[in-house]
Design a binder for this molecule. Structure first.
Ligand SMILES: Nc1ncnc2c1ncn2[C@@H]1O[C@H](COP(=O)(O)OP(=O)(O)O)[C@@H](O)[C@H]1O
Ligand SMILES: [Mg+2]
Length: 268
């Protein structure tokens, strides 16, 4: 395959996605209704350098998860392409890992067994135990390895999922609203931990959130998508140290600008 010289880890080039509208059903076999297309992505283009923590925001249903499935290789675009390290994405890779909003732990495995899945089957038992314990400790789950998912809180289950993702040593970590279902305080703690994780591991993180403050606190960059059919509405670098205080300038003004751009004037 042709290798394109690029400094960027990810190049998204003019991505298009159309779904066939499923609701248009034939009522009689003689009647043939034209299927309407649902255009989700319309010429989405951006580049992401290696090691960047990018937060994506945008209206609900605009195509953020669809975009993730395409970039991570689980779904094909209707047009355009995605390059990772200069190679066109044609399917999923074990160098990339996804964490979704829904619980993704196997309920019949303990936290330790769930995290160990990330190591695959090639390692010896002693190495697996040692490494899994190291990652459980890293995410604040030391001592909870033998608990089953139903014996853990929502935040702890998320931590176990993050540990399972990190133990694979991914080059790219995709996170689709990973903390959306958590309570406010736990969400704040998880944000802090994601900042630490990004500083400790050499990886590119793509993070979807509906929470503007979360994006401002985490991102090296925020990409805002427009309403469907989606394109990039706004793209901004956030070169500010952590931890970030959103009540001070210039983050306060950037936050305000994002709210305005999303049409949320009353929330200010
Ligand atoms: N597999 C699918 N088949 C048909 N339509 C889909 C499919 N996946 C997503 N869609 C539609 O694409 C649009 C964008 O969905 P999604 O990517 O989940 O948005 P977001 O993550 O931004 O909320 C929605 O209108 C949704 O109904
Ligand atoms: Mg989504």
């Amino acid at each position: 395959m042709e290798q394109v010289e690029t400094l960027n880890k990810i190049e998204v080039c003019n991505l298009q996605k159309c779904y066939k509208e499923r609701r248009a059903k034939k009522r009689f076999h003689t009647q043939c209704e034209a299927q309407e297309d649902c255009r989700v992505l319309d010429g989405l283009s951006f580049s992401i350098p290696a090691g960047c923590f990018v937060c994506f925001i945008g209206p609900s249903g605009c195509g953020k998860s669809t975009m993730f499935r395409i970039i991570s290789g689980f779904e094909r675009p209707s047009g355009g392409k995605v390059l990772i390290d200069g190679n066109q994405v044609t399917g999923p890779s074990n160098k990339h890992v996804c964490v979704f909003q829904e619980d993704g732990l196997f309920p019949w495995f303990t936290a330790r067994q769930n995290v160990a899945i990330g190591l695959g089957t090639n390692s010896n038992e002693a190495h697996v135990q040692e490494t899994v314990d190291e990652y459980l400790e890293l995410v604040g789950l030391a001592g909870f390895g033998d608990h089953y998912p139903h014996e853990l809180s929502g935040g702890m289950r998320r931590r176990a999922e993050v540990a399972r993702a990190l133990i694979t040593n991914p080059e790219i970590l995709f996170m689709d609203e990973p903390f959306g279902a958590l309570d406010f305080v736990t969400r704040l703690q998880m944000r802090e931990e994601m900042v630490n994780v990004h500083q400790m591991f050499d990886m590119t993180i793509l993070f979807i959130t509906h929470d503007i403050d979360e994006a401002l606190q985490l991102g090296d960059r925020i990409i805002m998508l427009s309403d469907r059919p989606s394109t990039v509405a706004w793209d901004m670098e956030l070169d500010f140290p952590h931890p970030r205080d959103l009540s001070t300038s210039p983050l306060k003004e950037i936050r305000k600008e994002i709210y305005y751009k999303m049409g949320l004037h009353v929330a200010l």
